[in-house]
Design a protein around this ligand. Structure first.
Ligand SMILES: [Mn+2]
Length: 357
């Protein structure tokens, strides 16, 4: 595996490449052209400049998170082919730049959803948190404005304010899209992009829906073992793969994370590893990475990745806000650096144990 950190780019991220370079064992970043909109073709010069900047800092681009999928593709509207053609062209340009991993999601309207961006914990740190009761009490428009007013000035990925203006239209767009239609639209998209992925050996890695159940009446399909295996089989190509995000699949306590990892052997191209602390099945917060701080057994998650031969990029996912850092919620430097060090430690121990027999 390659240990990485997500980085939003110089114009957007409070964390610098030189800081990332100093985290022991972190050799790459997962990044994106944050200023692009879903459906656009990425400019070759912009890709080249991003790559040059990362490499000048002594790091590599380990993958792109994300190339976002336009709502026309997810909803399967008649103009979707225009956007798929653009997506294919972006993939071609990334492949030409020797980039071979692309994370994306297929969530209608909303990206990941949290109801608190700064829940205070006993130790004084603040974390992202979720309660179903808070979602049930909100309408989608309020959700957008609350996220944007509590983000420490950052533009939260998937919660761009300009999307708020269209939230009613977006809901209308999906009014006839159920789970089956969403699966079928995803299959159509994947079948069209697989040739360019094969040509440039680009591994597509779908991110799970977060939380892993429908919200606001919208369908969500990338939520459990049954559905993700269905997706792997419906386009059975190694380039159709998965971002295994423990914190997203883990929102549903019925998901057995190590078992899911084992069932996806060979198809996990990217891993987000983080822990959650549950107070009840629908009230959880993003704890420190350490097993004892949350609900998941992080050793077993890392062991399952190791034993299935996972060799892609991995990153600590969201971190707590600690030591008075001011940054995009979930994406400060300090706690993610602690997470990377901890995950590296688990991996080293698992690796040495395995080699000792
Ligand atoms: Mn994730």
């Amino acid at each position: 595996m390659q240990m990485t950190l997500r980085w939003y780019g110089s114009g957007y991220d409070t964390v610098t490449l030189s800081q990332i370079r100093q985290i022991p064992g972190v050799t790459g970043v997962i990044t994106t052209l944050y200023g692009t909109k879903p459906g656009e073709v990425w400019e070759r010069e912009d890709i080249a400049a991003l790559k040059a900047e990362v490499e000048a800092a002594g790091l590599t681009i380990a993958g792109i998170e994300s190339v976002n999928v336009h709502d026309a593709i997810k909803a399967g509207t008649p103009d979707r082919d225009i956007y798929i053609d653009n997506y294919i062209e972006t993939l071609r340009r990334l492949g030409e730049a020797d980039i071979h991993l692309v994370c994306y999601n297929f969530m209608p309207v909303f990206d990941w959803t949290r109801t608190e961006l700064a829940r205070r914990r006993a130790d004084g740190s603040t974390v992202l948190a979720y309660t179903q009761a808070a979602v049930d009490a909100l309408d989608p428009e309020r959700m957008f404005s609350e996220v944007n007013s509590n983000s420490n000035g950052a533009v939260m990925p998937g919660w761009e304010p300009e999307r708020l203006a269209h939230v009613k239209e977006l809901f209308e767009l999906y009014s006839t899209v159920d789970d089956e239609a969403l699966f079928s639209n995803l299959k159509y998209f994947l079948e069209r992009i697989m040739p360019v992925c094969r040509e440039y050996d680009i591994k597509m890695a779908i991110h799970p829906d977060d939380p892993a159940w429908p919200i606001f009446g919208l369908p969500r399909i990338i939520i459990n073992k049954e559905n993700i295996l269905r997706m792997m089989k419906m386009v059975d190509d190694v380039h159709n793969g998965v971002t295994f995000c423990s914190g997203s699949y883990g929102t549903n306590l019925n998901n057995d994370l190590p078992d899911m990892i084992r069932s996806l052997k060979g198809r996990i191209h990217f891993a987000h590893v983080r822990n959650l602390k549950f107070h009840s099945p629908d009230n959880f917060e993003e704890s420190a990475h350490l097993s004892s701080d949350g609900t998941f057994d992080m050793y077993e998650i890392m062991r399952a990745l190791y034993e299935t031969g996972f060799d892609g990029p991995i990153r600590p996912d969201h971190g707590r806000m600690i030591w008075d850092e001011v940054a995009m919620p979930g994406y400060g430097l300090y706690d993610r650096a602690l997470g990377a060090a901890y995950l590296n430690g688990l991996w080293e121990a698992i690796d040495k144990n395995a080699k000792r027999g």
